[in-house]
Design a protein around this ligand. Structure first.
Ligand SMILES: C[S@@+](CC[C@H](N)C(=O)[O-])C[C@H]1O[C@@H](n2cnc3c(N)ncnc32)[C@H](O)[C@@H]1O
Length: 337
């Protein structure tokens, strides 16, 4: 079994094709040592089971255990659960979702890292089947209060019984964190919930991979002239915040494999669901032109956010000299204005 990288998934994945059969799809988020995940796949040979983990050692453990148990109905995704769900899961697809003992993030400064909140439940609801099941467990009193509050005020999920949670669940195999909590005398809380009849509008559009951006500008300025004018980080706030960081001199290969002097602009794009750190290039071209494009370092995925970052850079270059002229571009976003 080969682990998937959450940043490399198809948007969305065809999981039936990946497993080679049409079957109910289960997911476990944050599977840790993979004991529960493996047990799930063994107990449900009729299901295709996906585990998502941000920790690489956990991914390796799952791969090893799946191999030892000769399990064919299991796949793992390395990366952030939010990205795996948002980008990689088809709409109305997941039959079951398990979140066992999610990290509680106690410090106030880290509260925003808590996985379970209203937005996350909305995202999950869009990817779950109409009769999908959601199981959450926690031993942390603060997180338990938070989960209870978030679930009880959520419109997309409802309890399977008349209680919000149980404090005992003998049906399931115990996880590592559960055993630790019980050994240390902490009570565990188990939420057995399901999708409610409330339709969940998809406010989490799939990212799209578009063409590599290129913008040709006529300019009397040399690369040295341009780099001398770049003296600081450029910040572009907005729906998709972009930061142009350092600028470096480099050499790149053009489409005819010719080496060309260039400037490399380290760029951060805070695009949902997949922020990217990329390099934009300003290549020197014949006839007093420069070409703004995307460097292949880190194998970026050219999204709309990358086009936006290239547009910001092009606008800045155009602003440097009144003789500069836009020749052509292929951007999927506005360049002028
Ligand atoms: C407290 S441990 C619980 C592990 C396991 N479920 C158990 O009960 O023993 C939380 C796990 O969630 C993983 N995790 C935390 N945030 C995550 C995220 N955003 N996406 C995927 N996994 C995450 C961590 O790496 C860790 O393995």
């Amino acid at each position: 079994m080969q682990a998937f990288d959450a940043t490399r998934l198809s948007w969305p994945m065809d999981w039936d094709a990946e497993f080679g059969r049409k079957a109910p799809l289960f997911i476990e988020i944050g599977f840790g040592n993979a004991q529960f995940l493996i047990d799930l796949a063994i107990r449900h040979p009729e299901a295709n089971v996906i585990g998502v983990e941000i920790s690489l050692p956990s991914i390796k453990k799952a791969e090893k255990k799946a191999q030892t148990n000769k399990l064919e109905n299991i796949r793992v995704i390395h990366g952030d659960a939010r990205l795996a769900l948002w980008g990689g899961m088809p709409l109305n697809k997941l039959q079951r979702a398990y979140i066992n003992f999610p990290d509680p993030w106690h410090k106030a400064a880290h509260h925003h890292r808590k996985l379970i909140n209203g937005t996350f439940l909305h995202l999950l609801a869009t990817r779950m089947a109409g009769d999908g099941i959601l199981e959450i467990a926690t031993d942390d009193p603060g997180y338990q209060e938070h989960i209870t509050e978030v679930l009880e005020s959520d419109q997309y999920f409802q309890s399977q019984g008349d209680k919000t949670f149980e404090t005992e669940d003998l049906e399931r195999i115990r996880t590592k964190y559960e055993l630790k909590a019980l050994a240390e005398g902490r009570e565990c809380h188990y939420y057995h919930w399901e999708r409610s009849p409330q339709a969940a509008e998809n406010s989490f559009e799939y990212p799209e991979e578009i063409d590599m951006p290129h913008i040709m500008i006529q300019t009397p300025l040399s690369l040295d002239d341009i780099s001398e004018r770049y003296n600081n980080t450029h910040n572009y706030p907005g729906d998709t915040p972009v930061r142009h960081l350092q600028m470096f001199h480099t050499v790149v290969m053009d489409e005819l494999r010719e080496h060309r002097p260039a400037l490399l602009v380290e760029t951060h794009i805070a695009e949902d669901p997949m922020p990217q750190r990329i390099g934009l290039t300003i290549q020197s071209r014949p006839d007093s032109q420069v070409l703004i494009g995307l460097h292949e370092i880190g194998f970026p995925r050219p999204t709309k956010g990358i086009h936006l970052a290239a547009a910001h850079l092009a606008r800045w270059v155009l602003s440097l000299d009144e003789r500069n002229k836009l020749k052509h571009h292929n951007l999927a976003v506005e360049l002028t204005g």
